[in-house]
Design a protein around this ligand. Structure first.
Ligand SMILES: [Zn+2]
Length: 150
């Protein structure tokens, strides 16, 4: 039939193509959102409420094994290996600096159930702290941060 060629029968197809592209765009956006949702830590399982950071309530023992000789074998438990052992994370750190980094670090604090958020101290707490530090000054070799104080 000759008549058929005079009709713009491509119209329908063009429109479909646009609709298709529009749908593809929407799908891309939706997938992107779903992706973001998936990687948001909040959406993964129950929300774990971690406590804010707390200062240590024990002395950091960095020196008790200093200068001692110990036989280290591959078969010895981690806590007997050379270096500093963290019983919370069950890992060994090579030296005291790295050990302090480790116990002040995110992974370790998380294992203790703490977030890295710091609770805001009240004026009274700060004053009490300064007062007790003044009283303690000179009596201990390590500061709260575990650094050696002179
Ligand atoms: Zn640890």
């Amino acid at each position: 039939m000759i008549r058929a060629s005079n009709v713009d029968n491509t119209f329908r197809r063009k429109w479909n193509r646009e609709e298709y592209l529009e749908k593809a765009r929407e799908r891309d956006e939706r997938e992107l959102l779903e992706e973001e949702e998936r990687y948001k830590p909040k959406s993964r399982g129950p929300i774990v409420q971690r406590k804010p950071l707390k200062h240590r309530d024990h002395e950091v023992d960095l020196t008790s094994r200093l200068g001692k000789t110990q036989v280290v074998t591959q078969l010895a438990p981690l806590s007997q290996q050379a270096g500093y052992f963290c019983s919370v994370c069950e890992c060994v750190v090579k030296d005291s600096a790295n050990y302090l980094d480790h116990i002040n670090g995110k992974k370790h604090q998380r294992a203790l159930g703490m977030s890295m958020r710091v609770e805001r101290a009240t004026l009274q707490q700060v004053q009490d702290r300064l007062e007790s530090s003044k009283r303690k000054k000179g009596t201990e070799g390590f500061t709260e941060q575990g650094q050696i104080s002179v």
